[in-house]
Design a binder for this molecule. Structure first.
Ligand SMILES: Nc1ncnc2c1ncn2[C@@H]1O[C@H](COP(=O)(O)OP(=O)(O)O)[C@@H](O)[C@H]1O
Ligand SMILES: Cc1ncsc1CCOP(=O)(O)O
Ligand SMILES: [Mg+2]
Length: 276
C-alpha cells in the first residue's frame, strides 16, 4: 500500500511537470554532440519545449540570457567547443538559470575527463550519465567504459553517484535498467523504459535534455523534476514499443508517444520508488 501511495504521488508530480512544460514551452539551449542534435531537438519539441542547438561562443552573450535552461553534452568534444560550453554555464550561473551536464563517454580520454571536471566546477544543477560515466567522473579516472556505452549496471554506480552529488552539489542521475537519482542523501529509482532504448543512439543524450526541460519549469525541485523526466521518457518508450518493430521504428514511435502522453496514462504507469 505504501508503495502504491508513493507511485500515485510520483505519477501526479510527473504529470504536473509534463503539463507545465507543455504550457510554458521553455527555451532550452543545447550545446550537444553531433550525433544527438536531431533526436534531442525532436524529443524536446514532442515534450512541449523549444530547443535551440546554438553553440558558437560568439552568440552566447546575446542568446543564453533568453533561455530557461542550458544543456551541455561533451559527446563529440573538441578543444574549440569547450570555451563556449564554459561561457554558457557561466551565464546560466550568473543569471541563476539551471544547467545540466551530460558527460557522454567521459572515460574515453584524459582530455574529456579534464573538460568534464572543469565543467563540474561551474556548478551544474544536474549531471546525467550512464553507470560507467558516473563511475569514471566520481573516481576522476578514465578507462572503465566502452566509448559512449556503459560497461556497468546503473545500480553499480549508486554509491559513486552519491559521492559525486556530495562533492559537486549537483543532483546526479544514472540511466539504465533502473534510472537512479540522488542528491547525495536521498535515492529514488525510475523503473519505466525498456532495454531496446539503448539501441537508439542518443537516447541517453535526449533524456538528459528532457531533464533540463523538466528542471526549467521547476528549478527549485531539480531532484523531483529529474526523476519525473526519466519516467516520462521511459514510459514513452514502453508505449512506443507497442507499435515498433525494432530500434528505428521505436525512435519514431517514442517521439509520437511522448507527444501524445495523457494524464491517465502518466498517473497509472509512472513508476518511481525510494531506495534511501
Ligand atoms: N536495461 C534497460 N531497461 C530499461 N530502460 C533502459 C535500459 N537501459 C537503458 N534504458 C533507458 O534508455 C535510455 C538511455 O539510457 P542509457 O542507454 O543508459 O544512456 P546512454 O545512451 O547515455 O548510455 C534511458 O531512458 C534509460 O532509462
Ligand atoms: C555514438 C556517440 N559517439 C559520441 S557521442 C555519441 C552519441 C551517444 O549518445 P547516447 O550516449 O545518448 O547513446
Ligand atoms: Mg546510448
Amino acid at each position: 500500500m505504501a508503495d502504491q501511495d508513493q507511485t500515485d504521488t510520483w505519477g501526479s508530480k510527473s504529470w504536473a511537470y509534463l503539463s507545465s512544460l507543455r504550457q510554458q514551452s521553455p527555451l532550452i539551449q543545447c550545446i550537444t554532440n553531433l550525433v544527438s542534435m536531431d533526436l534531442m531537438a525532436n524529443t524536446l519539441l514532442a515534450a512541449g519545449a523549444s530547443p535551440a542547438m546554438i553553440h558558437s561562443i560568439l552568440e552566447i552573450p546575446d542568446f543564453t540570457p533568453h533561455t530557461q535552461a542550458v544543456l551541455i553534452n561533451v559527446g563529440t568534444l573538441t578543444p574549440e567547443w569547450l570555451p563556449a560550453m564554459k561561457a554558457a554555464a557561466g551565464v546560466a550561473n550568473r543569471l541563476a538559470k539551471p544547467w545540466v551536464l551530460d558527460p557522454a563517454a567521459v572515460g574515453a580520454s584524459g582530455f574529456r575527463l579534464k573538460a568534464c571536471l572543469e565543467l563540474i566546477e561551474l556548478k551544474p544543477t544536474v549531471i546525467r550519465g550512464n553507470g560507467s560515466e558516473i563511475i569514471c567522473l566520481s573516481m576522476a579516472s578514465i578507462g572503465s567504459t566502452k566509448g559512449a556505452d556503459s560497461l556497468h549496471e546503473s545500480s553499480d554506480a549508486v554509491e559513486a553517484a552519491k559521492s559525486l552529488a556530495k562533492s559537486s552539489g549537483a543532483i546526479v542521475a544514472i540511466s539504465g535498467s533502473v534510472d537512479f537519482v540522488t542528491d547525495g542523501q536521498r535515492v529514488v529509482g525510475a523503473h519505466n523504459g525498456l532495454p531496446m532504448m539503448q539501441k537508439i543512439t542518443a537516447s541517453g543524450c535526449s533524456v538528459t535534455a528532457l531533464i533540463a526541460a523538466f528542471v526549467a519549469v521547476d528549478p527549485a525541485h531539480a531532484f523531483e523534476a529529474t526523476a519525473s523526466a526519466f519516467s516520462v521518457f521511459g514510459l514513452a518508450g514502453e508505449i512506443g514499443m507497442g507499435l515498433a518493430n525494432g530500434p528505428a521504428s521505436l525512435r519514431m514511435h517514442l517521439i509520437d508517444s511522448l507527444h501524445g502522453l495523457d494524464r491517465e496514462t502518466v498517473l497509472r504507469r509512472v513508476k518511481i520508488t525510494s531506495f534511501s
